[in-house]
Ligand binder design. Structure first.
Ligand SMILES: [Zn+2]
Length: 319
């Protein structure tokens, strides 16, 4: 383990955050949503007609509403198999001024292309490393994180485990963070697999944990040095925002406010404000005020929104 520990420490000196518009210093990032989709398509499996966002034009007004609440940056976690579109992300960033960190990765097994199932973890890692260090497709625009690396609710499928192992290899090679789509039953295996691969626990973000209303469970994860995301703010059909805020307060009071982040995870255009949803605004307009009401301090909020993303998204500068 000692030699693995040095693999990431060696990169600290020249770390920067990779956005679709180039590298920035961590201090330039600002208020950040850690887990969003701006261009995405889940309809190949969901077949519901609304689990997609196809154009910059439709999403820009929604992003501008989010920015009017103070958001300056976002991690866009759409994977290759959810039709990530790096050119459209660049267009959105250019036209709104939002700083966007794009992702490399693959999602849940039903979305995996056939070729992926016959590809080794090492070869998948090469794809991730290429997108993090050289660029996506022929654009020269680089991913800044490995996300959203998914596991099925009950257990990893073989293909999902292969992708997770690839994420571990690529994270160690590049110093990039890995952000996951994870339920309660696969969280520990996700952490164990990444740490075994040599990934710095502070570069691991376990996603969707606000959907689990159990702060003892949250603290058991946080004690291992990883970060967790309360990233489905506003999705009150799954969990009330009151419970999200209450669990956030428990984490902050337990001394783990340095390892929690917030976001909205909009994966359907039916969640848009223009469709009478809360869109990308719930974290800022509902959950943050509730945390403050329950006794959270502005400095706690600044950690969740500014300091933690700036620290975790840092990766190795490449030239
Ligand atoms: Zn997800």
């Amino acid at each position: 383990m000692a030699s693995q520990a040095r693999a990431w420490d060696a990169f600290r000196e020249d770390e920067m955050i990779q956005t679709v518009s180039g590298r920035i210093k961590p201090s330039e990032l600002g208020v950040t949503m850690c887990y969003e989709h701006f261009i995405v398509d889940l309809t190949a499996v969901r077949k519901d007609g609304v689990s997609k966002i196809e154009t910059a034009e439709e999403v820009k007004p929604e992003i501008q509403l989010m920015m009017s609440l103070g958001v300056q940056a976002a991690v866009e976690v759409t994977t290759i198999d959810l039709k990530r579109d790096i050119r459209k992300l660049k267009q959105i960033s250019d036209e709104t001024g939002l700083k966007i960190v794009a992702s490399t990765g693959f999602y849940l097994d039903p979305f995996h292309p056939d070729w992926l199932r016959e590809t080794s973890a090492e070869e998948i890692a090469d794809i991730f490393i290429k997108e993090l260090t050289e660029g996506i497709e022929e654009t020269g625009i680089r991913a800044g994180i490995i996300a959203e690396i998914a596991s099925s609710p009950e257990v990893f499928t073989p293909s999902e485990m292969n992708v997770l192992k690839a994420a571990g290899i690529a994270a160690v090679m590049t110093g990039s963070a890995v952000s996951t789509h994870t339920g309660r039953k696969t969280a520990q295996e996700t952490i164990d697999t990444l740490i075994h691969a040599g990934v710095n626990p502070d570069k691991i973000i376990i996603g969707h944990q606000d959907l689990i209303d159990d702060s003892d469970y949250h603290l058991a994860l946080l004690k291992q040095g990883v970060n967790i995301a309360f990233d489905t703010c506003g999705k009150s059909a799954y969990m009330s925002d009151d419970a999200r805020a209450e669990n956030a307060i428990k984490i902050i009071r337990s001394g783990y406010g340095d390892h929690l982040m917030l976001s909205n995870d909009v994966s359907r255009n039916s969640y848009f404000v223009s469709n009478h949803g809360t869109g990308y605004t719930a974290a800022m307009s509902i959950v943050v005020p509730k945390i403050l009401e329950k006794g959270g301090l502005q400095k706690d909020i600044d950690k969740l929104l500014i300091d933690n993303p700036a620290r975790i998204l840092n990766n190795r500068a490449w030239d």
